[in-house]
Design a protein. Structure first.
Length: 329
């Protein structure tokens, strides 16, 4: 009998085709995320579960999965899964690193340029037939070329963003827990600094850190108060890294020039008042949303599933996953 693989949401056909000859597939090719009850049933009946960031995989759901070998998240993030509890049950947890950083960096730059040059409000203005001719003060924005870019979190995505800054002749500052090797810094033309210095000196600040206890509300009222009033904040990481209410207040008071968000503290809900701000760009979590990248992500998920069902350790276990020590009392 073929192992049961359940996919909780809409998933690329290219990956389903790779799995269907080896698995009994249960798919949900709709826009409706499964309920907790449905997730629990899928976990109980499946050998592998393909999940999305919107699926909260709690210890209770993990405990019911007596046959579960793998929880394969379709995305680079995995804070929706209780990884340590899954590991305690010897259930592998995987994500999709190494395939979406360039695409997310592209979007980050679209957000930098879009915010600086008022692209969204000016496009809407034109679409509404309000454009009556050139004016010297119409949608005045900010230059990007020659400015200072601050990168918070210089992993795969952060480094890809920093590389693109070379073409804009930007000074690049970065902050994270550990300094990069000097050769990497030279290649990026990036300078390792403390968070406060980055906030004080950067014209554009872009966030690329995972959500951990240390990064929860990494950017709040205090940090926004350090930024230049001409600076822009770009956020494509994890929603709760930024205190959305504090950001809203800073934007309303023109404490900073603008911001662009692809993720939200209580996603998909927006903080009340966000949609009223002209200096805030709002995107629907599309950092990796290109056809090529979403297909590569899905194929990596399929490879992880086939690895696990074949008895092999999956190729992209999430950081921090470790099997329980056998024989321990």
């Amino acid at each position: 009998m073929k192992p049961v693989v359940s996919v909780t949401n809409r998933f690329p056909e290219i990956a389903l085709e790779k799995l269907e000859s080896r698995c009994q597939l249960r798919t949900n090719q709709t826009d409706d995320a499964p309920t907790v009850e449905a997730l629990t049933q899928l976990a109980e009946e499946s050998d592998a579960l393909v999940t999305f960031l919107s699926d909260k995989i709690s210890p209770d759901i993990i405990d019911i999965g007596k046959n579960l070998k793998l929880i394969a998240n379709y995305g680079a993030g995995f804070n929706n899964i209780d990884v340590s509890h899954a590991a305690s049950k010897s259930i592998w947890v995987t994500n999709t690193p190494g395939v979406l950083h360039e695409t997310t960096a592209d979007l980050t730059w679209a957000m930098i340029l879009g915010s600086a040059r008022c692209i969204v409000p000016s496009e809407r203005f034109t679409r509404e037939n309000k454009f009556t001719g050139w004016k010297s003060d119409l949608f005045l924005g900010a230059d990007v070329y020659g400015k200072t870019l601050g990168v918070i979190g210089c992993g795969e995505i952060g480094r890809a963003v920093a590389r693109r800054a070379t073409g804009f002749n930007m000074r690049v500052l970065y902050h994270q827990r550990n300094q990069l090797p000097s050769a990497t810094e030279r290649g990026l033309r990036a300078e390792f600094v403390g968070l406060d210095q980055l906030l004080r000196e950067s014209d554009f600040i872009t966030i690329h850190v995972p959500l951990t206890e240390e990064t929860h509300y990494l950017i709040g009222e205090k940090e926004l108060g350090i930024m230049k009033n001409s600076a822009y904040l770009i956020h494509t990481a994890r929603g709760k890294v930024v205190n959305d209410q504090a950001l809203l207040e800073a934007l309303k008071a023109n404490q900073i020039a603008g911001a662009a968000l692809d993720v939200y503290e209580n996603e998909p809900a927006l903080t009340e008042g966000m949609t009223e701000l002209e200096n805030l760009m709002l995107l629907p979590h599309i950092g990796s949303a290109s056809v090529e990248t979403r297909n590569r992500m899905a194929l990596l998920v399929a490879d992880n599933v086939l690895d696990a069902l074949g008895g092999k350790e999956p190729r992209s276990l999430v950081p921090g996953w470790s099997a329980p020590v056998t024989g321990a009392e």
